[in-house]
Design a protein around this ligand. Structure first.
Ligand code: ADP
Ligand code: ZN
Ligand code: ZN
Length: 736
């Protein structure tokens, strides 16, 4: 008897056994999707193993309905990665496997309607010169070249080689209007085009000596696992290095996977990659695609017809039979860690995957995560540096002290004066308002007193509801003082308020300037951001006011001044990772200044100009900053010197969640006393969607030991069911 062990998208650890002799299962079906009776319905699952017997009585064993062989399943390599991820993040294997699939494969697919039209190159098209097409019409140019080499293409092939279905329609229309191609009824009868790699006709700029050295180091051995940290200051030309390494890998006949934090913000990168490799099929995988596009791109990656896959964190699971290289750009970015459900880190899984496949992995950043930096410092990762900006001066970073200054609607007079000067010189200004919500910390603006926890090196968080100060690390609670314990100042306030009026104030101060506000809300609609970019590049904007979205890799040549407001609110955050993030954020923002010919300046408004973080930032010396942070982390017992996991629980009322965690802690105490179990505390964002959340931190100096502990703890929690709270485990948590 053949038994298929199937994983479904359910929150249960077990795989489910089915008979599958009837379906003619062979070992080649391991990794395939399957339709099988589950509860009252038929559900799609993944066959994760085949066995000759089952612990379930034969009479009760149901047969699978059908093995879905319409699309290839996961390869053994893919399953190895899924298993690793399920074990390491303590998430059910079935749920992990199903979440790695595109939506189009999670249901039973209707047979895709084969398109009945194809397109044929005309004599005019044959004779047309690509160079006569506008330089920026990249898709149009690429499609014409594709037609000139293939003579005829069907709709699927055309759609697969352009970014979206709508572009393929517009571009096709243009080619038809020009008389370069004509449409023909009926499907094209020939084998699908395998688009061969041809050496790029588009060559990049000559490399700088630093870039050349970096490329040589990264390409030194493309046939073995080697993690590299590429530390390059903003504007140092990391992208060009990536392109050269990708080129080298393509030449060895392998595929390249390029992971980026947020693809919606980096359409330029996609265009750059496509522009550089016009004969190579590039597909993207991110949440902005519709289900059909996602499925098509996934299948292209899996079939090997796509040689470059560009994607966000979910793309780390894309099936790549010829994988030869993984690059993680902006590897420090928090978006690589999934914050709900299956809480994996795509950056860390990229390294695991590269090791499993025996290929190099490149982690690129100007401000790497301290975990990554530590790995480089201890020799586990090779370090390659790009210390200089290309053709650009380094922006000067200054602090604008605000403690003894009368602010005008949140703006310091010297910042206002600097803005006026730049505007007069017809340069652009960016005012960056930090408004990411971190828990408020109580601060005395007179003497600098801060609500520190006396039990650990963490800050206490002000909970306004009961005016209590809570330590989110150890659980200590105390009533918020009415006046500063050090100097008696009665005006204690949470840091980081009063930024709302800045935008209006700018408009009032500079009535003739054109102010554009850019944040998540104003850029939610597809295309809104690219419209804004065009306006900025066309110099239709004088002052940009924006939040985090503006920090990322945008290149505005006329922008010469960056003002930063409200950075202090992060300085005294309760989360030990925040200094690292603030440094990264401000470095990125600073990198926006002076991308053109003009010397750029960065002015940071602050009550604490002498704070070591700002001093390090002024020096622009990441290594020094990182080393001092690591020293603190080591003495405080934080990662990367300790490994952490967080048990999260939610219930209608906070007390119930805390109670549940207390019982969970008691269970944990019996497992391994080398693991530190802290007290349960309310979560940073305590109420969410009508439920209240609490969390419990566990920590250990050995990763393996913590892993074993969490596995045993989880079994105990499932078995003993202390009560009915909803709970989840977050390994290597990013937000405490
Ligand atoms: P990073 O990603 O490191 O911040 P970019 O990749 O954006 O830097 O490169 C900064 C700028 O330098 C880009 O405009 C890029 O086109 C340009 N550039 C990169 N390499 C070279 C080179 N070798 N010669 C000339 N310009 C280059
Ligand atoms: Zn004080
Ligand atoms: Zn504490």
């Amino acid at each position: 008897m053949k038994v298929a062990r199937v994983g479904f998208d359910v929150p249960l650890d077990t795989l489910f056994d089915y008979r599958c002799d009837g379906a003619g299962a062979t070992p080649a079906d391991i990794g395939a999707r399957v339709l099988a009776p589950f509860g009252k319905r038929n559900a799609v699952g993944v066959i994760l193993a085949l066995a000759d017997s089952s612990e379930v009585a034969t009479a009760r064993l149901k047969p699978v309905t059908r093995i879905l062989r319409d699309a290839p399943g996961f390869a053994p390599d893919d399953i190895a990665l899924l298993r690793f991820a399920a074990d390491y993040y303590h998430h059910p294997l079935g749920a992990v496997a199903m979440s790695a699939l595109p939506a189009g494969l999670r249901q039973v697919r209707q047979q895709p309607a084969r398109s009945r039209t194809h397109f044929v190159l005309t004599a005019a098209g044959e004779a047309a010169d690509v160079e006569s097409l506008p330089k920026r019409a990249l898709t149009l140019r690429r499609l014409l070249v594709l037609f000139q080499t293939q003579k005829a293409l069907n709709l699927e092939e055309i759609r697969a080689s352009v970014p979206t279905a709508s572009t393929s329609n517009t571009v096709l229309k243009q080619l038809v209007t020009k008389g370069y191609v004509v449409s023909c009824e009926g499907s094209l009868t020939r084998a699908p085009v395998a688009i061969e790699y041809a050496p790029p006709e588009v060559t990049g700029p000559p490399l700088t000596p630093d870039q050349a050295a970096a490329v040589a180091a990264l390409c030194a051995d493309l046939s073995a696992f080697r993690p590299h940290l590429l530390l390059g200051v903003t504007g140092s030309g990391k992208t060009e290095v990536y392109l050269r390494v990708i080129d080298a890998v393509l030449k060895t006949g392998r595929q390249a996977l390029l992971l980026v934090p947020e693809i919606s913000l980096t359409p330029q990168l996609e265009a750059t990659v496509r522009g550089r490799f016009p004969h190579t099929r590039v597909v993207s995988l991110h949440s902005g695609l519709n289900d059909g596009e996602r499925l098509k791109h996934w299948l292209a990656a899996q079939s090997g017809s796509a040689r470059i896959v560009l994607g966000t964190r979910l793309a780390v699971f894309a099936p790549l039979p010829d994988l030869g290289l993984i690059i993680v750009d902006e590897e420090h970015d928090a978006s690589f860690k999934q914050s709900e459900g299956f809480r994996y880190s795509a950056r860390d899984l990229a390294v695991v995957r590269a090791r499993q496949r025996g290929v190099p992995v490149v982690l690129g950043s100007a401000t790497p995560a301290l975990e990554t930096w530590h790995n480089a410092a201890t020799g586990r990762y090779a370090l390659t540096q790009l210390p200089k900006r290309i053709n650009l001066t380094t922006p000067r970073i200054h602090c604008v002290p605000t403690r003894d200054v009368r602010l005008q609607d949140g703006l310091a007079p010297s910042l206002i004066a600097a803005i006026g000067k730049r505007l007069a010189a017809k340069e652009q200004v960016l005012i960056f308002i930090n408004r990411r919500g971190y828990a408020p910390v109580l601060l005395c603006h007179d003497c600098g007193w801060l609500s520190n926890c006396h039990r650990c090196s963490a800050k206490l968080v002000l909970h306004l509801r009961d005016r209590q100060l809570h330590c989110h690390h150890c659980g200590h609670q105390t009533l918020a003082p009415k006046a500063c314990p050090d100097c008696g100042n009665a005006d204690l306030s949470p840091v980081g308020q009063g930024t709302q009026r800045v935008e209006a104030a700018l408009a009032a101060h500079f009535p003739q300037a054109r102010v554009l506000r850019i944040d998540r809300d104003s850029t939610r609609n597809k295309g809104a951001w690219s419209g804004m970019r065009t306006r900025i590049e066309a110099r239709e904007v004088d002052i940009l006011v924006g939040t985090q979205i503006l920090a990322k890799g945008h290149d505005f040549p006329s922008l010469s001044l960056v003002g930063v407001i409200n950075a202090d609110s992060l300085l005294y955050s309760t989360d030990f990772r925040v200094p690292e993030r603030l440094y990264a954020l401000l470095t990125q923002v600073a990198g926006r200044a002076g991308r053109g010919a003009v010397q750029g300046d960065v002015l940071i408004q602050t009550d604490f100009p002498d704070h070591p973080l700002y001093a390090a930032l002024r020096d622009q010396n990441f290594a020094r900053f990182a080393d001092s942070q690591l020293k603190e982390r080591r003495s405080a017992g934080f990662p990367p010197f300790q490994y952490q996991a967080l048990l999260r629980a939610e219930a209608p009322k906070l007390d119930a969640a805390i109670e549940w965690l207390k019982r969970a802690a008691a269970l944990g105490q019996t497992i391994d006393n080398a693991v530190t179990i802290y007290d349960p505390v309310p979560a940073g964002m305590m109420r969410l969607a009508g439920r209240e959340r609490a969390q419990l931190l566990v920590q250990c100096a050995s990763r393996a030991r913590l892993q074993r502990f969490v596995a045993a703890w989880r079994v105990a929690l499932v078995e003993k069911r202390p009560s009915a709270a909803r709970w989840a485990i977050d390994v290597d948590p990013m937000e405490l």
